[in-house]
Design a protein around this ligand. Structure first.
Ligand code: ZN
Length: 257
């Protein structure tokens, strides 16, 4: 398979013969996903979507290079569940900060972080990097391009091991999905209306919020829904990568001239 956009699979010779101006860095997570999805769900799906987006963007002419996926993420609020592998946000920020050095030295000035885990928050770090690197840092949750369609395609709601994630896993790793084992993903309300309505934000201790880590009813997940959702995500994401690759980094970048 010829994948000149996939760093993990190509040689130095291919790197020398090609020009790249956008790097894509997927970030996964290793944590329990109700009783029916694998621990690696977020890492598997971030990588799957990143590969599809980069392949498509490359075909459209983007000078994109996919970096290997960081498998671990921020899970300290899931500590009551075994093997919810946690690295702290500061550690994750530092790993990416370190990785930006070789990216920058190789001449790349645009980085898209393809986040696969809702518990990661990069905005404060992005601000702190504005004056520390020449690399433009953009962050996208891999599912975000189809935020609107997500509510139309899936009826089960929720955010973790829900109908959306189940449907996507049925596309990416169908053999690892055990839908018959799933509970219904019901979550507990807090005693505060303000928190339940979402205008006061807390970091929810996952063992108090959920039964078996799932948030959202996964039972109506299907491969067809997963494909429909992924197609929208991949089409929009690859278009953005192409635009990013084509954009000139002049004085007003990323704003209009
Ligand atoms: Zn997940």
């Amino acid at each position: 398979m010829n994948q000149p956009w996939n760093l993990e699979k190509i040689t130095y010779k291919v790197i020398k013969e090609n020009f790249y101006n956008v790097a894509v860095l997927p970030i996964g997570s290793i944590e329990p996903h109700n009783f029916h999805l694998p621990y690696g769900t977020d890492a598997i799906n971030a990588q799957y979507v990143a590969e599809k987006m980069c392949e498509k963007a490359f075909e459209k002419g983007a000078k994109v290079l996919l970096l290997p996926t960081i498998p671990y993420s921020v899970n300290d609020n899931m500590r009551e569940f075994p093997f919810a592998m946690n690295i702290y946000q500061n550690t994750l920020n530092q790993i990416i900060t370190d990785l930006i050095e070789p990216i920058e030295r190789a001449g790349i000035r645009k980085l898209l972080i393809l986040n696969g885990h809702g518990g990661n928050k990069f905005e404060a770090w992005q601000r702190s990097m504005l004056n520390k690197t020449k690399v433009f840092i953009a962050v996208m949750d891999w599912w975000a391009p189809a935020n609107k369609e997500e509510k139309e395609i899936f009826e089960g709601g929720g955010f973790h091991a829900n109908e959306m994630e189940t449907s996507v896993d049925l596309v990416t790793v169908p053999d690892l999905v055990h839908l018959e084992d799933a509970d219904n993903g019901e979550t507990n309300k807090t005693r505060f209306d303000a928190i339940n309505k979402g205008w006061v934000i807390i970091a929810p201790p996952w063992h108090l919020l959920t039964k078996n880590t799932g948030w959202g009813n996964p039972k109506k997940g299907t491969k067809e829904k997963g494909e429909k959702f992924l197609n929208i995500v991949i089409e929009r994401g690859s278009n953005f990568i192409k635009e990013l690759s084509d954009a000139k980094m002049d004085n007003t970048f990323p704003y209009e001239e």
